[in-house]
Design a protein around this ligand. Structure first.
Ligand SMILES: [Zn+2]
Length: 142
């Protein structure tokens, strides 16, 4: 069960990650939904990569903020993900596609979900995506 916390009581590491997600949210390209999302991921070596959602007139091409942040980290050689924060106006959860992408790189990823009013929920990928499909399933089939 996600633990509800006030943003101002979070650790300095979480506040830094959430600040990066909040800053990224300002760059969201959302002319269709007007639903801006910012995300930031901390890698195992302490680097932070952030992303915003990027929509397209062909809606299916839209990319979520979480995946943009993760793809930025991975495409720059950082596959070891240590934590992820995301922020929306209402504190929305990551979509299923983003949960699956997170799981590719970090099965036990700590996740912070925040709204813009100072509320946050601490959870984990294990809680958000139980019994997920993974590379282990491919190995088991061989
Ligand atoms: Zn998503």
């Amino acid at each position: 069960m996600a633990e509800r916390v006030r943003v101002d009581t979070l650790s300095a590491d979480w506040q830094e990650l959430l600040a990066a997600a909040t800053a990224a949210r300002a760059a969201a390209y959302v002319p269709y939904s007007r639903f801006a999302v910012g995300a930031a991921v901390r890698t195992g070596d302490g680097r932070i990569f952030s992303g915003a959602n990027i929509e397209n007139a062909a809606y299916g091409l839209t990319a979520c903020a979480e995946r943009v942040a993760i793809w930025k980290a991975v495409s720059e050689g950082h596959q070891d993900l240590a934590a992820l924060a995301l922020v929306t106006e209402t504190g929305s959860s990551p979509c299923g596609s983003c949960r699956q992408v997170m799981g590719e790189f970090a099965r036990e990823l700590p996740v912070l979900i925040a709204d813009t009013a100072g509320n946050a929920w601490l959870t984990s990928l294990a809680e958000l995506l139980p019994l997920s499909f993974s590379a282990q399933d491919l190995d088991d089939a061989r």
